[in-house]
Design a protein around this ligand. Structure first.
Ligand SMILES: *Cc1c(COP(=O)(O)O)cnc(C)c1O
Length: 403
């Protein structure tokens, strides 16, 4: 076999479909968020970022920058090992306490990313509980799907956010078998939100555990930023809460929160936890600063929601097809991968606006979209500029207006 030819052919397939991914070569600049520099060949120019998951601009919180600098100066840059073999730094311990306090749980457990937290926790729980059945929302993130697959547990998929379908599946499973319902709170591509209370009611009725991915909600919902489960008063009903430090908290890393026994179990049996070196202490210190900051600044969450509502309203007034979203995510439907990429390229090249095209397999074919994530740092002037630019691109490319 010609291996190199195989690799090149697979890439040609993606290009033919118009969904070959090109990364924007960015240089963020602390203090200028949401603006950044982009490198395009020899050209470097300033653009406004409209698709960052740094939803609150916490990546450049001056206190977090200082915490990272001070901690790197004090500890050095790396942790020096896995958690078990010399790699547990006091900063990890403090961050786990901060996260357990955020979620009002007995304990929490850190991972290098949210992806690894999902993969490790679901695969470990699913594999180790004898006869475990996992019932998974149809729109769950890749990291959950991979974790469930790796567990080799029996898996059922319920239609996205569909309580009737979920209950129909629960009814068919032997009442004596251990069960886990795995779902997210905010689904980040459509911006819809799970009926957490009703899912917990079903979990109680059928004696199932719940696993809730709050990656796109931590820092953003609830009085202290613990997520939608906090907002909805359901936090104490979730068996395993999972979150990231890389989105609203602006740094990197993932975690789970729950009982001492559950966290200790994953700590002791989860290979993705055991066999990987721990995060740098400076990263943990910066994350802890931001978790604590957002805990105490609910007004940022109010500003964030206001910006999202304003942007949706402005798009609607301009006839731009905003998809239904009840969250801070503002998706705009294009419905074609080539045009979606073209719209994104035009916004960058002609208007200095950066929004990444979202194509298959991140979303279903035919629902290709631009996904805008306004933050409290996007001003009225940023929004005015965006709305004018998108109107120009929509009319020049002949894209579909709102129905
Ligand atoms: C981004 C994401 C993850 C992974 O989190 P990282 O910390 O970026 O690895 C997990 N779940 C969902 C729903 C996500 O969107």
């Amino acid at each position: 076999m010609d291996y190199q030819q195989f690799f090149a052919d697979k890439i040609s397939d993606l290009k033919a479909e118009g969904r070959y991914r090109v990364f924007a070569d960015l240089q963020r600049q602390a203090g200028k968020f949401p603006n950044a520099m982009v490198h395009m060949g020899d050209e470097v120019k300033e653009i406004t970022v409209w698709c960052s998951n740094d939803y609150m601009g916490m990546g450049q919180n001056p206190d977090a920058i200082k915490a990272m600098q001070d901690t790197a100066g004090g500890y050095g840059v790396g942790a020096g090992g896995t958690r078990n073999i010399s790699g547990t730094m006091h900063e990890h311990v403090l961050l786990e306490q901060e996260l357990a306090d955020l979620h009002q749980t007995e304990a929490s457990l850190l991972f290098q990313s949210g992806w690894i937290a999902n993969m490790t926790t679901l695969s470990t729980v699913g594999a180790m509980i004898p006869g475990c059945v996992i019932i998974s929302d149809g729109d769950n993130h890749n990291s959950m799907i991979e974790g469930i697959r790796h567990s080799r547990a029996e898996k059922h998929v319920f239609r996205h956010n569909d309580l009737e379908d979920l209950e129909n599946i629960l009814k068919t499973i032997d009442p004596d078998r251990p069960k886990l319902i795995a779902f997210e709170s905010v689904y980040s591509m459509d911006g819809d939100i799970a009926p957490i209370k009703e899912i917990c009611d079903l979990a109680d009725k059928y004696n199932a555990m719940t696993f809730l991915d709050e990656v796109h909600a931590v820092g953003l919902y609830g009085q202290r930023g613990a997520g939608v489960a906090e907002r909805d008063g359901q936090m104490d009903r979730i068996t395993i809460i999972q979150g990231t430090l890389a989105k609203a908290f602006g740094v990197v890393g993932g975690y789970i929160a729950g009982t001492k026994a559950m966290c200790d179990f994953v700590r002791s049996y989860g290979t993705g936890f055991i066999f990987s070196s721990s995060m740098p202490p400076a990263v943990a210190a910066a994350a802890r600063t931001n978790v604590n900051h957002l805990k105490n600044h609910n007004e940022l969450r109010e500003q964030h929601q206001e910006r999202a509502a304003t942007l949706k309203q402005r798009f609607r007034e301009a006839g731009i097809p905003v998809m239904d979203s009840v969250s801070h995510i503002v998706p705009v439907l294009v419905g074609d991968p080539v045009l979606c990429k073209q719209a994104s390229d035009d916004l960058m090249e002609r208007h200095n606006i950066y929004v990444q095209p979202i194509n298959y397999p991140t979303v279903a074919r035919g629902t290709e979209r631009l996904r805008f994530t306004p933050t409290p740092h996007h001003s009225d002037a940023h929004i005015d500029h965006l709305v004018e630019a998108i109107k120009e691109v929509w009319s020049r490319l002949g894209l579909k207006a709102a129905a």
